[in-house]
Design a protein. Structure first.
Length: 69
């Protein structure tokens, strides 16, 4: 996550804007399990998808852009 944020200027973003965007995306992606369930994904498929979504980077991303960071 830090490496991605370190390249923010390359994409025309200042660090605060980049953190805000990362936070927004992180909070939306955090709802992946509910979305998969709502779309009818079977439990076995949801379990297979878990490693793509449940990890420290997502937790970190979801925290960006809040008042605590």
């Amino acid at each position: 996550m830090e490496r991605a944020l370190a390249t923010a200027e390359y994409y025309g973003l200042d660090l605060d804007d980049a953190k805000r965007i990362v936070g927004q995306i992180g909070r939306v992606v955090s709802a992946w399990r509910d979305t998969a369930t709502d779309l009818g994904a079977p439990p076995e498929e949801i379990m297979r998808m878990e490693s793509a979504f449940v990890h420290e980077d997502l937790d970190q991303a979801a925290g960006y852009g809040t008042s605590s960071r």
